[in-house]
Design a protein around this ligand. Structure first.
Ligand SMILES: [Zn+2]
Length: 97
């Protein structure tokens, strides 16, 4: 389930599973706070990766941390749909509080 999509703003946030223990996490995909660059790829044409080799997404198990992360996006001037923060703050079935 996506809480926000790029068609609505500057963030794409969804719940998924992560790691060998398949923990329930929230992911801010291709996060604007990550220094992302385009890398040409002869097989696939190209791909994005972070300049540091870190993941290009912000990932957390904590719903409250993702809400705070989205508020940081908003404060930085990034377009974050209000319903993304509201639905994350209200739901309880995914991830940890
Ligand atoms: Zn982000």
């Amino acid at each position: 389930m996506a809480y926000a999509r790029f068609s609505e703003g500057d963030v794409y946030v969804f719940g998924t599973v992560w790691g060998p223990d398949r923990a329930e996490v929230f992911e801010c995909m291709q996060c604007l706070f990550v220094d992302i660059r385009w890398v040409d790829d002869p097989v696939f044409g190209g791909r994005i990766e972070s300049a540091t080799g870190e993941p290009t997404s912000y990932i957390t198990e904590s719903r409250a941390e993702m809400v705070a992360h989205l508020r940081r996006h908003h404060e930085a001037g990034h377009k974050v749909p209000a319903h993304a923060i509201e639905s994350l703050a209200e739901e309880t079935y995914w991830g940890k509080p």
